[in-house]
Design a binder for this molecule. Structure first.
Ligand code: ATP
Ligand code: MN
Length: 462
């Protein structure tokens, strides 16, 4: 039976007979024998395979076994004489599935820039860096489900196509089956969406929150974890047009409980990844950002700072550094401010609460001062905002008033208001950008490099 290379590297014993399948990373020919390193994606480290001239077709094999070729190797494990590895595989039968022409296969050099690797998105996962990224990404996702499932949260699937557009006006992708060569028009020359598939305009979701609230009002604690879409026309290292979001929603919960959950959640995910991906995390610390391990320990062992927006503004006004965007009460925090707080001032994640009503969404619960809402953003060093959440407005009249003052028609969201009409409860939740979490975890500077197939303006080829 085929063994995973990670299992052999960890547990394999001399004299064991094993079969592996994978891709050649390197080949070294020496006098009288040769080594290949084979990787199957299960671990950062590859398994060293020793080839002796007694192998059938030895000379032909050496010609075929170039970087990128796919192979199956059967043989016995032997203690390695090299210092790099404990154990290696002495090949007895070797089959080449597919060659990779060294003249053309682009992954020849040991190190390529991430920019270059983005142009070969279909091959970059075969490199050490991307192998580590996507294993850690998988561990983060596993940790997320584990965290919520252990606490009795129901995983719900919120729709990708939605008719509600109130949240991210201006950032929506339209979903249509209208013939774009012959768009039906109304008398006033508007697009006639009544002829469209859903009988009205529809969009790719920017958040599953509103639907999560529906489900929380039946199951108490729920979470969504799925793709979200924003037609962000900005090319930043922290924004994708398609990204994954984790959104827990809790009935009978206030902002305090929301902050507690967010903090416990991040601590759990970091702990799980350190435990299950130690080699990959070491790799990031050595090659990408030498602070990721310290950051992870910091997250796990320290309480997050909790501070109100109003306090933050006072601190920023006193800060002895000049910001591109000047601060004053009422303005939204820019990423430079967020990073200053998390990196310079507190040197750990900071939870900022109680933002001005004017810069936050209509569904956030109004404070008694009527100037601020029960919002919270978790700001992380190097990333800025990683989580955005709030206690939700559970009072029908206040919610209607807030919608009207933001130019929204309460009737468009009649079902959302029904949640306040029938059995309303205080509730709260947050959204975590999954890729930002993976960036934070790995130290990867660009969000395009922590999702297998990044979607950004003018780019969706692979
Ligand atoms: P930002 O100000 O950074 O654009 P936002 O205020 O638009 O964030 P929210 O609407 O609160 O963000 O979304 C919840 C979370 O989703 C954010 O905390 C962030 O982690 C993540 N996020 C938001 N937009 C993107 C994006 N375009 N690509 C990747 N992650 C995103
Ligand atoms: Mn945004």
């Amino acid at each position: 039976m085929t063994r995973r290379i990670i299992d052999i590297l960890r547990l394999g014993q001399p004299d064991e007979a094993v079969t592996i399948k994978g891709w050649v990373r390197t080949k070294r020919e020496l006098k009288g024998f040769a080594f290949i390193e084979v990787n199957d994606g299960s671990s950062l480290a590859s398994l060293q395979v020793v080839l002796n001239p007694e192998l059938e077709n030895y000379d032909l094999l050496l010609k075929q076994l170039n970087t990128g070729a796919s192979v199956e190797v059967s043989g016995v494990l032997v203690p390695s004489l090299g210092k790099e590895q404990r154990i290696e595989l002495k090949a007895e039968i070797l089959q080449v599935y597919g060659e990779a022409d060294p003249q053309n296969y682009p992954l020849q050099k040991k190190r390529h820039s991430f920019e270059f690797l983005r142009t070969i998105g279909h091959l970059r996962s075969r490199t050490n860096s991307f192998g580590a990224v996507f294993r850690v990404r998988n561990a983060c996702a596993t940790a997320i489900h584990q965290f919520f499932q252990e606490r009795g949260f129901l995983w719900i699937h919120t729709p990708i196509i939605t008719r509600n557009d109130c949240e991210g006006a201006g950032e929506l992708f339209t979903v249509t089956s209208l013939n774009l060569k012959q768009v039906p028009r109304t008398a006033s020359q508007e697009v006639d969406y009544s002829q469209d598939f859903f009988g009205g305009p529809a969009y790719l979701t920017v958040s599953g929150q509103l639907e999560a609230e529906v489900m929380a009002m039946a199951f108490s604690n729920v979470y969504t974890f799925g793709p979200t879409f924003r037609a962000e026309n900005s090319n930043t290292s922290r924004h994708l047009a398609e990204f994954w979001m984790v959104e827990p929603e809790m009935a009978f919960c206030d902002l305090q409980g929301n902050m507690d959950l967010a903090e416990a959640f991040l601590k759990h995910v970091f702990g799980f990844v350190l435990e299950t991906c130690p080699e990959d995390m070491q790799f990031f610390n050595q090659r990408i950002d030498n602070s990721v391990l310290a950051t992870a320990e910091n997250i796990i062992n320290n309480q997050f700072e909790r501070i109100t927006y109003t306090e933050v503004i006072a601190l920023l006004e006193k800060a002895d550094c000049s910001f591109e965007y000047p601060v004053s009460w009422g303005l939204d925090l820019q990423s430079e401010h967020e990073r200053y707080l998390a990196e310079q001032l507190f040197k750990k994640p900071v939870i900022v609460t109680d933002y001005p009503v004017g810069i936050k969404a209509f569904y956030m619960r109004l404070n008694d001062d009527e100037k601020t809402v029960r919002a919270m953003d978790v700001l992380a060093p190097k990333i800025g905002e990683i989580i955005g959440g709030s206690q939700r407005e559970e009072r029908l009249e206040v919610l209607e008033r807030r919608m009207q003052s933001q130019g929204l028609n309460p009737e468009d969201l009649w079902w959302y208001l029904d949640l306040r009409r029938y059995g309303t409860v205080p509730h709260a939740g947050f959204g975590l950008g999954f890729e930002r979490l993976v960036q934070f975890m790995t130290g990867m500077g660009n969000i395009r490099d922590v999702i297998p197939f990044p979607r950004t303006p003018l780019s969706a080829e692979f």
